[in-house]
Write a protein that binds this ligand. Structure first.
Ligand SMILES: Nc1ncnc2c1ncn2[C@@H]1O[C@H](COP(=O)(O)OP(=O)(O)OP(=O)(O)O)[C@@H](O)[C@H]1O
Ligand SMILES: [Mg+2]
Length: 259
């Protein structure tokens, strides 16, 4: 059986509720509530949910960037520790760069942060892969949102990690850019890497993923093989909407019965 590379067990995170916060408006007390997820080596895993569902909070917890209130997290079969980070390529939801640097300089800078040597041919290979080689001498300030997103993915690849954790890697990309990202993720899988990414676009998951989880109101409503979620990889969006609508109707009915 393939090794489990990322496992969240009953992970919850609450933030102090500010009056008028989006959580309070939804009647929620937790950003994530008992989230359990399991990702096996070699899989592409799609993490789906609406705005505010809890995707980024779960990812931050998985990476140790926030401390959960309860639950446990394991990376490569052990509690989170610094050594695990050498094995992870992370691209945040909104990658931020020094805008006065060029793409080429960002690659050099990120390589130094990651403590890896990025020679000219590796830089060319990676920038070509994300379609930015011809723009390598442009300052990031002149980059479109989609170009910055692709540069973020390039930075996550520099140290050739075993596990990629990408928070909405297709955000802001046009259809060609999305195709490019999906092809890169499939190539990573073929190279034996493991990929976890979040998205709002269900068809991107059903097209390339082995496993899907749906998070809604901070809770996991579904986790399973894409083949079972939507046999033939068809009608995934309809299934996603139905799962969410069923949950919302039950929650509304429960609220009425309490009143
Ligand atoms: N630092 C914070 N302080 C207070 N509330 C927060 C904080 N971070 C997230 N939240 C709340 O937790 C909930 C989950 O947010 P999260 O960013 O995880 O959602 P998401 O699924 O990534 O959404 P999106 O698709 O818009 O990126 C939201 O209601 C959000 O307002
Ligand atoms: Mg998010």
């Amino acid at each position: 059986m393939a090794q489990t590379v990322l496992e969240l067990k009953n992970v919850s995170k609450r933030y102090p509720l500010a009056p008028g916060s989006s959580l309070e408006a939804q009647g929620r007390i937790a950003a994530i509530d008992n989230v359990s997820l399991s990702l096996a080596a070699g899989q592409i895993y799609g993490f789906a949910g609406l705005n505010g569902a809890g995707k980024t909070t779960s990812i931050k917890a998985a990476l140790g960037l926030i401390q959960p209130d309860s639950g446990s997290i394991e990376l490569f079969g052990a509690p989170i520790d610094a050594a695990a980070f050498n094995q992870i390529g992370f691209c945040p939801e909104k990658p931020v760069f020094y805008e006065t640097l060029t793409a080429s300089e960002i690659i050099d800078f990120s390589g130094r942060l990651l403590n890896v040597t990025v020679d000219a041919s590796r830089k060319k290979q990676i920038l070509e892969r994300v379609g930015l080689y011809d723009d390598r001498h442009k300052r990031v300030a002149a980059f479109s949102k989609g170009m910055q997103q692709r540069l973020g993915i390039a930075c996550a690849m520099l140290h050739d990690p075993a596990l990629y954790i990408l928070d909405e890697p297709a955000s802001g990309l046009d259809p060609l850019g999305r195709r490019l990202v999906k092809d890169i993720l499939l190539e990573l899988k073929q190279a034996g890497k493991t990929v976890f990414f979040s998205t709002h676009i269900i068809s991107d998951i059903t097209e390339i993923c082995d496993k899907i989880a749906i998070i809604h109101n901070g809770q996991i409503l579904y986790e399973g093989a894409v083949d079972e979620f939507c046999p033939g990889h068809k009608n995934g969006e309809e299934r996603f909407i139905k799962i969410i609508q069923d949950y919302d109707s039950k929650a509304a009915a429960a609220k009425c019965s309490v009143r």
